[in-house]
Design a protein around this ligand. Structure first.
Ligand code: DI6
Ligand code: FE
Length: 403
C-alpha cells in the first residue's frame, strides 16, 4: 500500500450497508480511504476536510460496489471431467457416475498425480477469471487429494496462489469430501486415520482457515462429520458443511450445532434445519451453478431463509464436476433466474453475506472502518450486474484503496 489517503467519487455507490434503502445506495457519492481502510463514505459535497483537498479519482457515471467475494470454490484441482458431462448428457446421473468410480474420485486421481506447481499453474487462469470480474477474496477447498500428503499439497497450492495475485484467499480443509478407493466401505476408518490426523498436520503447517465436509449418502454421515468437527473445534477452527445437496441428511442441523459459519447447497434442507441455522447465525450459501449443471428440480427454500432471517450468499462452487462455472457474475444471474432471488439479494450474496460466510466482517460492505476493496462498473444501476449475462462490465478493481 503506497498511498496513505485517497478519494474516489462516482455517480452511484451501492454500499450494501444500511439496506433500509435499496443497495444502501448513495447518489453522487464519495469514498475517502486512509491506509487501505474506508474512512469516509457519503455525499460528495460533504467530504471531510482532510480528503477534500486531495486529487480525486472521479469515476464519472459509473457504479461502485464492494469488491465481490466468491465464498465457495474448488478451483484447485487436476484434470477435467468433460467426459462425464457427455455421460450425463446420455442419461447417467451425477450419483451414478460417482458410484461407478467417476465423479470426485476421477478428479482425485488427476490431483494426486499433480505437484504444487502444476496445481498452481492450472488454477491461475480460473483465479484470473474471477479477478477480472472484480473479485477480491476467494475461498478454495482441498478435497481432491484424500491422503494427508495430497490434501496438504492442495492447501499449499492455495497459499501459493495468494502470493502470486493481489487477492485474499481463504483455504478450507475438505478431506471429508469423498471416501477414497483404498478406504472403500470403511468411511469411519478414513475419518479416523486420514481426516482427523491430516487436519492436525495441515493446521500445524498453518494451511487451514476452516474445516468443511460433504454430508451426503454418497459421502459422510452426520456422525462422521461430528467427529471431525469436534477436532476442528478443539483446534479453534471454524466449520462449514456441504449439506442437503442431493438429499436431507440433517447436515444443516449438525453444522449449526457446531456454530458453523455457513451451510452450502441446501436444496433439500427442511424447516428444522433452517431454524437451527437461523439460531446459530449460519449463512446459507446457494450454488446455482451446481443446480443448473445437475439439472436439479428441487429448489433451495429461499423464502424459508428470508422468513427465518438466514443471510443468503451466492457462489460459483467452481469445480470440475457439478459446477464448472468460472463466473461469479453468471452465478448472480442464475441466482435470480433459477432461484428467484432479487438482484439486490444476489449482490448482497456476493458481498456482505459472502464476507460473513468466511467469518470476515471487515469487508463486503462500503462503510467506515472496513477494508477498501471496491469494484467499479460500467453500469448505471446495480441491478445490471445480475441482469446481463455473458458480459463483464468491470471498469476497475480497488484493493486496500489501491487502483
Ligand atoms: N458438492 C459439490 O457440488 C462439489 N463437491 C461437493 O461436495 C462437487 C465436486 C465434484 O463433483 O468434483
Ligand atoms: Fe462445493
Amino acid at each position: 500500500m503506497t498511498q496513505n489517503l485517497a478519494l474516489f467519487t462516482a455517480r452511484r455507490i451501492a454500499t450494501m450497508e444500511a439496506l433500509d434503502r435499496p443497495y444502501g445506495l448513495i447518489e453522487n457519492g464519495a469514498i475517502g480511504v486512509e491506509n487501505g481502510m474506508i474512512a469516509y463514505v457519503g455525499a460528495s459535497d460533504q467530504i471531510p476536510a482532510r480528503f477534500a483537498t486531495l486529487p480525486r479519482h472521479d469515476f464519472g457515471n459509473r457504479l461502485v460496489t464492494p469488491a465481490l467475494i466468491d465464498c465457495h470454490t474448488h478451483l484447485i484441482h487436476g484434470g477435467n471431467r468433460a467426459h462425464e458431462f457427455e455421460m450425463r448428457l446420455k442419461g447417467a446421473t451425477y450419483e451414478e457416475v460417482a458410484r461407478a468410480g467417476g465423479g470426485i474420485l476421477s478428479t482425485v486421481r488427476a490431483t494426486r498425480a499433480a505437484t504444487v506447481d502444476e496445481l498452481v499453474e492450472s488454477a491461475l487462469p480460473r483465479l484470473d477469471g474471477l479477478i477480472a470480474e472484480g473479485v477480491s477474496m476467494v475461498e478454495i477447498k482441498s478435497g481432491y487429494g484424500l491422503t494427508i500428503d495430497s490434501e496438504c499439497t492442495m492447501l499449499r497450492a492455495a497459499r501459493r496462489l495468494s502470493s502470486l495475485r493481489p487477492i485474499d484467499i481463504r483455504a478450507s480443509y475438505l478431506a471429508a469430501h469423498a471416501v477414497p478407493p483404498e478406504y472403500a466401505g470403511r468411511a469411519d476408518a478414513y475419518i479416523d486415520e486420514v481426516c482427523i490426523p491430516g487436519l492436525r498436520v495441515a493446521h500445524a503447517e498453518g494451511l487451514v482457515d476452516a474445516v468443511d465436509g460433504f454430508c451426503e449418502g454418497i459421502a459422510f454421515s452426520t456422525t462422521q462429520m461430528a467427529r471431525l468437527f469436534s477436532e476442528a473445534k478443539r483446534l479453534g477452527l471454524p466449520v462449514k458443511l456441504h449439506a442437503e445437496q442431493l438429499s436431507n441428511r440433517g447436515g444443516a442441523k449438525l453444522a449449526a450445532s457446531f456454530g458453523a459459519l455457513s451451510c452450502e447447497h441446501l436444496e433439500y434442507v427442511d424447516d428444522e434445519g433452517i431454524a437451527a441455522m437461523a439460531a446459530a447465525g449460519c449463512v446459507a450459501v446457494l450454488l446455482p451453478g451446481a443446480f443448473y449443471t445437475l439439472r436439479e428440480k428441487q429448489m433451495p427454500p429461499v423464502d424459508g431463509f428470508r422468513q427465518a432471517g438466514v443471510p443468503i450468499a451466492v457462489s460459483t462452487d467452481l469445480n470440475p464436476g457439478s459446477s464448472p462455472l468460472g463466473s461469479l457474475l453468471l452465478a448472480m444471474n442464475m441466482a435470480c433466474t433459477l432461484f428467484r432471488m432479487t438482484p439486490e439479494e444476489a449482490l448482497a450474496g456476493t458481498t456482505r453475506h459472502a464476507a460473513r460466510a468466511l467469518g470476515c466482517d471487515d469487508r463486503g460492505r462500503i462503510a467506515a472502518g472496513l477494508k477498501a476493496d471496491l469494484a467499479v462498473w460500467n453500469c448505471a444501476e446495480p441491478a445490471e450486474l445480475s441482469y446481463r449475462f455473458g458480459v463483464n462490465p468491470l471498469h476497475a478493481r480497488i484493493i486496500g484503496g489501491c487502483l
